[in-house]
Design a protein around this ligand. Structure first.
Ligand SMILES: Cc1cc2nc3c(=O)[nH]c(=O)nc-3n(C[C@H](O)[C@H](O)[C@H](O)COP(=O)(O)OP(=O)(O)OC[C@H]3O[C@@H](n4cnc5c(N)ncnc54)[C@H](O)[C@@H]3O)c2cc1C
Length: 337
């Protein structure tokens, strides 16, 4: 690990000032970095993937660890709230069940006790070429994505190129499905960003980043609006190892049903298959006005994977994800798949 300066600010303003003022490069891998639970940042530092000159410890800031609101008023979750707190929170379990399920699906209890909501959304990709110090892939300033022609079993089938990473966060697809926003503070002020616009594809902006945050910006809070579909939300994740693993594929679904059991609106977001949480508006639109019978579930599953372009070793993700789409929609709608 490269030597770094360790600072513990007392306020958000101080933190973003410290991020801004560090002697820094434009590349985020060498800029000052905020640290929350440290479950990802420290690993990337130990492997020299990130080499921050300064580490800004967000845990010294008070007030970023609160959960407020409910399904009627909307939910506000501080960036330092842990994944364990989200999965155990009685109001979240009742009013936003998919969010509690997504938090529960992450790693192990120990990691969920330390990992935070802000850190989970901003964690770096898990592609093994990216994580291997010696492999200077396109995300580390090299010229190619080795996964494109190499070992690509875990990589993207949608939205890939010129990098084929998949976004690793389990919270992200569910929060996008729920229409969440992030409140962001930076040295030049604060802004609110719809989470759907927060994550960036490799061919948008910089291929070395996964979101729109500037080096001096931090997430302070995630805000989830009240909605008629949040109470019927669910998150299904398929992983290679049952004990702990990242998603080979996951589906966040939420539906609003009318009194006649027909779908008024549906939200469907795929995880583990694209560099960003992958919303599928065509499938959402298709479901409107339909009862969730086998034909509707199959149609939504087909549309959700439309345009998938598997690499040499990950075509299995197409039928896997289609199955998860059917099951997630059925679960959210309270019918059998
Ligand atoms: C063995 C293992 C298995 C895992 N499995 C899963 C899994 O199945 N699903 C899953 O979703 N995750 C998984 N993770 C990742 C884990 O959930 C995340 O690493 C964790 O949530 C990150 O949170 P943190 O608070 O520890 O972040 P940190 O490690 O402190 O930070 C992570 C990144 O986010 C940045 N950051 C932190 N907080 C903020 C903020 N408020 N604003 C802006 N940037 C910020 C940091 O600079 C850093 O780049 C796994 C991790 C491990 C080690």
């Amino acid at each position: 690990m490269k030597a770094f300066e360790w600072v513990s600010p007392a306020s958000v303003e101080e933190a973003v000032g410290l991020l801004k003022s560090a002697p820094t490069s434009r590349e985020m891998d060498e800029a000052a970095r905020p640290l929350a639970g440290g479950q990802d940042l420290l690993t990337t530092m130990k492997d020299y993937l990130t080499r921050p000159v300064r580490v800004v410890n967000l845990k010294s800031i008070r007030g970023l660890d609160k959960i407020e609101g409910d399904g009627r008023k909307g939910l506000r979750v501080g960036a330092l709230v842990t994944l364990a707190q989200v999965e155990e929170h009685a109001v979240i379990r009742r009013d936003f069940p998919g969010l509690a399920e997504a938090a529960h699906s992450v790693a192990t209890q120990q990691i969920r006790n330390l990992g935070t909501v802000g850190g989970n959304l901003c964690q770096r990709p898990r592609c093994w070429y990216y994580r291997l110090e010696e492999a200077v892939c396109i995300k580390k300033g090299g010229s190619e994505c080795f996964a494109a022609t190499g070992e690509n079993k875990y990589n993207a089938i949608l939205g890939g190129g010129p990098s084929w990473i998949v976004h690793p966060s389990d919270l992200a697809p569910m929060l996008v499905a729920l229409g969440a926003s992030v409140n962001v503070a930076g040295a030049d002020g604060r802004r609110t960003i719809l989470l759907e616009k927060f994550f960036t594809l490799p061919n948008e902006g910089s291929v070395r980043r996964e979101n729109v945050l500037q080096n001096d910006e931090i997430i302070t809070e995630v805000s989830v609006p009240a909605s008629p579909f949040a109470a019927r939300s669910t998150y299904l994740k398929f992983k290679e190892r049952e004990s702990l693993d990242f998603a080979l594929s996951s589906v966040a679904a939420a539906v609003e049903l009318g009194a006649d059991k027909r779908v008024r609106q549906a939200r469907l977001v795929l995880g583990g298959v694209a560099p960003v949480p992958w919303r599928v508006p065509k499938a959402e639109e298709f479901l409107k006005g339909k009862t969730l019978d086998a034909e509707a579930l199959a149609g939504a599953a087909r549309l959700a994977l439309e345009g998938a372009e598997p690499l040499s070793k990950n075509a299995y993700k197409v039928p896997l994800t289609q199955t998860l789409v059917r099951r997630a929609l059925a679960k959210a709608g309270g019918v059998s798949a």
